[in-house]
Design a protein around this ligand. Structure first.
Ligand SMILES: Nc1nc2c(c(=O)[nH]1)N[C@H]1C(S)=C(S)[C@@H](COP(=O)(O)OP(=O)(O)OC[C@H]3O[C@@H](n4cnc5c(=O)[nH]c(N)nc54)[C@H](O)[C@@H]3O)O[C@H]1N2
Ligand SMILES: Nc1nc2c(c(=O)[nH]1)N[C@H]1C(S)=C(S)[C@@H](COP(=O)(O)OP(=O)(O)OC[C@H]3O[C@@H](n4cnc5c(=O)[nH]c(N)nc54)[C@H](O)[C@@H]3O)O[C@H]1N2
Ligand code: SF4
Ligand SMILES: [Mo]
Length: 684
């Protein structure tokens, strides 16, 4: 914190949203009030700029929608909220915890569902609290990236990416199932830099996105067809002999088996499955031969299919064959977990055997679990009703739960289904550390202003609960009720973290964010962390997990019968999952929720401008305005999730919890095939 020469109190922060960019922010405060935010120029990756959502933070802190006090809703779902004191709220929660524990003779009916509303390290206090109660029910896995994480783990042994600034040195850039113009805006400057220096940008996406508009070559792949496309390119490259033999011989395992597999593949089958012409595939193979280094960014979007992991492995194989892995300006990049592993995450340590629900099967697991059933649900950093699958089932099973507690800043659709809401602080009101899963920078969020009305950090909230539980029944909870956040951070940063950060103490990060001393180029030493120490085309680990050891052609699901259209619901520009669009500035720039339909389909099905359509499948239905767009092919409908809080326009009502093919090795459960959803519609 410092006072600048205009008299502003300036503090440093890191945007804690689930976003590639994890920006550095400066907050400007006068008279105890946050007045403006800017990017932190000392943050070496985001360099003083924020996205539009980031600039709207000032509207978030004092938003009229912000929850000021703990509140109780009776009956649940009625919208009749009554202000209660923290003391009353804690009494209701803690007495219920103990009553349930006595009734079932177990702490398993106590359940936590938390995910990515805030990725700050101190927010894991919620898990810490649950772990301190005894064996409880918690979620494992991720709705986001599991299939891709496993794929790269099998191939290279870890999830590590080059410093994304390396993109600027590439001569060929593949943006494969990612839409950074919307989802990682800071990455675009590195891409533009490369483009200005002559690099070619290829975008592969079933939808003609804003990123595709920036490309030199756009490939409208069939959803789930990326594996077929990558294998087709690989086959051509192998046949032409344009391979990096040195790398293949010295640093890879299973190349011969993979080559044999490629030889046996039928080019026609591959072209049909990816929906591309043979000529285009040759053009792509030529690009790999003639333009290097190639930086391939494998997006989270492309792996949200039942064959997503397999498809990522096929793309990795291409990068390996062409010698791009470990090169400056090259490589195949998905996510970077190293910064997440820098800290200790002590709250996640547990001596209990928790009951684990797959986060992507939450509704069905809640429904099917009887012995003992879940009776108290605590939701934090999670908007289940907006972001989860099987919403119809979830809404029903929530009725069987005695007490639903939601910790949030706003009345979300999930909060509407709770008995109690506990107001929490924003990133400007409490201390935290937020690592990135993309770039190599780390910084701290300090406290800039006092908590809004009676809001408290997730950490303080569980500390209060711990204190109350032990007062009611001494020894019932081992969570430290008194420890200060600073003391927790002291334990989070070990010696190796300090060495990599080049600082003596975490408080040094208050001066400026720091680049972690990770290798700038991932795998530059070609020492992979797989069992063989090599890049593994053939992975015994994959085999042992019941997935094919080689990257193979794995046909995904296809629309058919009653539900002939794909429904794609990728991430959108002006929200971060379900966050931000409730704010006035973001609402103003956000489009009205619509479903985008190709003009050919609209005309075949008689859709006129502004018509409402009823989209349906076996999960549910949604009435929404249709809008024609050539950006989506005739068999794909596109609808962006995370819209303003209007339940009837929640596309997740149509999403069934279908697993992707990988994810268990790295996240404990398979990923989620969010984009293998099929629907039909009628014009109203
Ligand atoms: N503005 C904004 N930024 C965000 C988010 C947000 O909601 N809004 N969310 C954050 C989070 S949680 C995440 S996970 C990331 C996601 O960011 P990205 O990695 O960009 O992923 P998505 O936006 O999910 O999907 C990217 C693209 O994949 C395409 N796609 C779908 N299926 C396929 C396929 O089979 N093959 C190919 N090649 N492409 C396919 C979609 O059409 C979409 O355009 O963004 C983060 N950043
Ligand atoms: N249809 C469809 N659904 C999807 C996806 C998709 O592509 N399509 N993508 C999936 C992906 S990739 C992801 S990552 C998930 C994300 O799913 P979630 O993690 O549920 O996402 P958010 O909407 O970012 O955050 C949830 C809530 O956290 C609250 N929150 C913010 N800060 C704090 C805090 O400090 N404390 C507490 N207690 N709460 C806080 C926010 O107000 C918000 O209500 O969604 C998945 N759902
Ligand atoms: S949402 Fe992403 S791009 Fe926007 S400020 Fe936060 S981290 Fe930066
Ligand atoms: Mo995500």
């Amino acid at each position: 914190m410092y006072i600048d020469n205009e008299g502003w109190q300036v503090t440093r922060h890191i945007c804690p949203r689930n976003c590639y960019d994890t920006c550095g922010i400066l907050a400007y405060v006068k008279n105890g009030r946050l007045v403006k935010v800017t990017g932190d120029p000392k943050h070496g990756h985001t360099k003083g700029k924020l996205c539009a959502k980031g600039y709207s933070y000032v509207r978030s802190v004092y938003s009229p929608d912000r929850i000021k006090y703990p509140m109780r809703q009776t009956p649940r779902g009625s919208g009749q909220w009554q202000r209660i004191s923290w003391d009353e709220a804690m009494g209701l929660i803690c007495e219920k915890i103990l009553e349930i524990k006595d009734r079932y003779g177990s702490t398993l009916p106590l359940c936590l569902n938390k995910y990515s509303g805030n990725f700050g390290v101190l927010h894991y206090a919620a898990e810490g609290f649950f772990n301190s109660l005894g064996p409880t029910t918690q979620v494992v896995g991720s709705p986001c990236w599991s299939a891709g994480l496993d794929a790269q783990y099998y191939d290279m042994g870890n999830n590590f990416g080059s410093d994304p600034e390396e993109i600027a040195k590439a001569k060929l850039i593949f943006l494969w199932g990612t839409n950074p113009v919307w989802t990682s805006v800071h990455s675009m400057s590195y891409i533009y830099k490369a483009q200005a220096a002559g690099a070619k940008v290829v975008v592969i996406d079933p939808v003609y996105t804003q990123t595709a508009r920036k490309a030199d070559l756009y490939i409208q792949v069939k959803p789930g067809g990326d594996g077929a496309l990558a294998l087709a390119i690989a086959k051509l490259l192998m046949e032409s002999g344009n391979l990096q033999q040195g790398f293949l011989e010295k640093h890879t395992l299973g190349w011969e088996q993979f080559a044999e597999y490629l030889r046996g593949l039928d080019m026609q089958v591959l072209t049909e499955q990816c929906g591309q012409k043979a000529g285009l595939i040759s053009e792509l193979a030529n690009l790999f031969t003639n333009d290097s280094p190639a930086f391939i960014w494998v997006g989270f979007g492309m792996q949200r299919h039942t064959n997503g992991g397999q498809n990522v492995r096929a793309i990795d194989a291409l990068a390996a064959m062409t010698g791009n892995i470990g090169r400056s300006g090259g490589g195949v990049h998905f996510a970077n977990l190293s910064a997440w592993r820098l800290l200790e995450y002590n709250f996640l340590q547990t001596k209990h055997q928790n009951r684990c629900f797959n986060i992507n099967k939450f509704a069905t697991q809640l429904k099917g679990t009887k012995d003992p059933p879940v009776k108290l649900l605590w939701v934090a950093c999670r908007n289940l009703i907006r972001q989860d699958a099987d919403i119809g089932i979830l809404l029903k099973v929530l009725q069987d739960i005695d007490l639903v507690v939601a910790v949030d800043m706003f009345i979300t659709d999930t909060v509407r289904c709770a008995d109690l809401v506990l107001p929490t602080t924003s990133l400007f009101e409490s201390l935290d550390v937020v690592p990135s899963y993309w770039h190599h920078w780390l910084g701290i969020s300090e406290r800039a202003i006092s908590p809004y009305y009676e809001s408290k950090s997730d950490l303080e909230i569980v500390q209060m609960a711990a204190g109350r539980l032990n007062k009611l029944r001494p020894g019932s909870c081992s969570f430290p009720a008194k420890i200060a956040p600073e003391d927790i951070l002291d334990k989070e940063f070990g010696q190796s973290a300090y060495e990599l950060l080049g600082v003596d103490h975490w408080t040094d990060l208050l001066e400026e964010p720091v680049r972690i001393n990770f290798p700038v180029i991932a795998w530059a030493d070609h020492k992979f962390t797989t069992p063989s120490g090599k890049y593994e085309f053939y992975s015994k680990k994959a085999d042992s997990m019941g997935v094919p050891p080689l990257p193979v052609l794995y046909p995904g699901r296809q629309p058919e019968g009653n539900y002939p259209y794909w429904l794609l619901t990728p991430h959108t520009q002006h929200s971060l999952n379900s966050q931000f669009q409730n704010l006035d500035w973001m609402a103003e720039v956000s489009d009205e929720p619509v479903v985008y339909v190709n003009p050919e389909t609209a005309s075949a099905r008689g859709i006129k401008p502004d018509d409402l359509v009823r989209i349906y499948n076996e999960c549910g239905e949604m009435v929404i305005k249709a809008c024609t767009s050539k950006d989506t092919p005739p068999d794909i409908l596109v609808c962006y999730p995370g819209r303003k809080p209007e339940v009837e326009k929640n596309p997740n009502i149509l999403i069934m919890g279908i697993a992707s093919d990988m994810g268990e090795s790295t996240t404990g459960a398979p990923g989620m095939a969010f984009y293998d959803v099929f629907v039909n519609f009628e014009v109203l």
